[in-house]
Design a protein around this ligand. Structure first.
Ligand code: AMP
Ligand code: MG
Length: 414
């Protein structure tokens, strides 16, 4: 029977989800090696106890000198010292130069570096001399102490999700460990009596369980600790038993399938029996049915619950637009939503939908977006083919050349 409940706009749903996630925020933190902190959310900001770079240094191989000693091209200066990266030179006397290599500290007294391509090394006593064929400007090729980071500056804010670049930045201020929020502990289950695991023969009426792999991968990419409860049969008692077990020691229970209001959809009554649930018809396509709630443990603690629709693409899109912000909010992340980008549509989409659509698309060589031909919610090939989702507002058609909002998969997961 068709579900006649009113459609709920995605933004209203997200407000409810984020409020629920914040009310059940993960409070446990842990200190981990900076090596192992990729994708984690910072619980404590990182500040620098030093200037970066810690001293003026050269960004070129060449000669450090006093700019005023080279008034015209061809000046010859004695080479007084040699300073490789990692060693500290002596103060530089006027009228002399120091052979210097990228990253080495500028000796006291020098105020410029001339790159070696503009110099000629001349043989002679000791380190010889150098002919400088270009007139230097004071300060040239010098990276200044503190030009990247000032001592005491906050370099990474609490709530940052740590990218590889962020780990590099943390290391540049000497942080060997970082204090991060505990990973979300997620219990995963697939519902559906038609599901069979790959590796088993496929009887008539059955399909392979793709969501289990899809959601597991998405949860891994989102930095979760996963307990996989496998396939839960389409029976109320079995569903309740699985939920009760899953509520123990988990922050979130995530299910796929069984969230519509058909008589074979057991999720709603089962969650209701063990906690509370809101069941929405979200105004998005694909991915209309979505359930959100909480499952109570015997000790009174609560695991949040999210029930995704069974169609693989609905499941995928719903994860990206609803579960991902919930996982971030639970970890106290500052950024919950992708920023997205504007890109040109190289296709026509003449039929507007009353729901907000998330169309699987990818960039062509001309920098425009193309659509996967079959946008049906059962066609998982579209998600593999695509680079991301076009976020098309309800009621909107698209004509070739229009600028549209594009959400790259990398950003939705990153
Ligand atoms: P449901 O939300 O349970 O009504 O399922 C909607 C559609 O998604 C049905 O065609 C199911 O067979 C399919 N489906 C449900 N769960 C899975 C799964 N884990 N993997 C692949 N397809 C599924
Ligand atoms: Mg089902």
């Amino acid at each position: 029977m068709a579900d006649r409940r009113p459609l709920m706009p995605l933004d209203a749903v997200l407000e409810r989800l984020v409020a629920g996630a914040r009310a059940h925020a993960i409070t446990a933190t842990e200190t981990v090696s900076t090596f192992d902190a990729l994708g984690r959310v910072l619980a404590v900001p990182v500040s620098s106890a030093l200037d970066v770079p810690p001293a003026d240094n050269t960004s070129m191989d060449g000669y450090a000198l006093h700019a005023a000693d080279v008034a015209s091209p061809g000046a010859v200066l004695a080479v007084a010292q040699r300073i490789p990266a990692g060693s500290v030179g002596q103060p530089l006397a006027r009228g002399s130069a120091a052979r210097i290599f990228t990253g080495a500290q500028i000796p006291a007294g020098a105020d410029a570096v001339v790159m070696q391509e503009d110099c000629e090394a001349l043989a002679g006593e000791g380190l010889g001399a150098v002919r400088v064929n270009a007139v230097p400007r004071a300060g040239q090729w010098i990276r200044r102490r503190g030009e990247d980071i000032r001592c005491d500056a906050e370099v990474l804010a609490q709530g940052s999700r740590l990218s590889a670049a962020a780990l590099g930045l943390a290391a540049s201020v000497g942080a060997a460990t970082l204090t991060v929020v505990h990973r979300p502990r997620v219990a995963l289950m697939s519902t559906g009596d038609e599901l069979v695991m790959p590796g088993q023969p496929l009887p008539p009426g059955a399909i392979y369980n793709s969501n289990r792999y899809l959601l597991r991968g998405l949860l891994q990419a989102a930095g979760c600790e996963i307990t996989d409860f496998g396939i839960v049969p389409d029976r109320r008692e079995a569903t309740i038993a699985a939920l009760r077990e899953a509520a123990i020691g988990h922050d979130l229970i995530l299910t796929s399938g069984g969230v519509s209001t058909g008589e074979e959809d057991h999720i709603r009554p089962a969650v209701q029996a063990q906690g509370w649930i809101e069941n929405w018809q979200v105004a998005i396509k694909p991915g209309k049915p979505l359930a959100f709630g909480g499952v109570r443990c015997d000790d009174g603690s609560v695991a949040l619950f999210m029930g995704l629709p069974g169609n693989p693409v609905s499941c995928f899109v719903n994860f990206l637009v609803t579960v991902s912000p919930v996982l971030r909010a639970m970890q106290g992340a500052a950024a919950l939503q992708p920023r997205g980008l504007r890109a040109r549509a190289d296709f026509d989409w003449p039929r507007a939908d009353r729901r907000r659509e998330f169309l699987r698309a990818r960039f062509n060589d001309a920098g425009g977006l193309e659509l996967y031909a079959n946008q049906s919610s059962g066609v998982l090939s579209s998600a593999v083919w695509g680079d991301g989702l076009i976020d098309n507002p309800a009621g909107q058609t698209i004509a070739r050349g229009d600028m549209v909002r594009f959400l790259p998969f990398l950003e939705l997961l990153g």
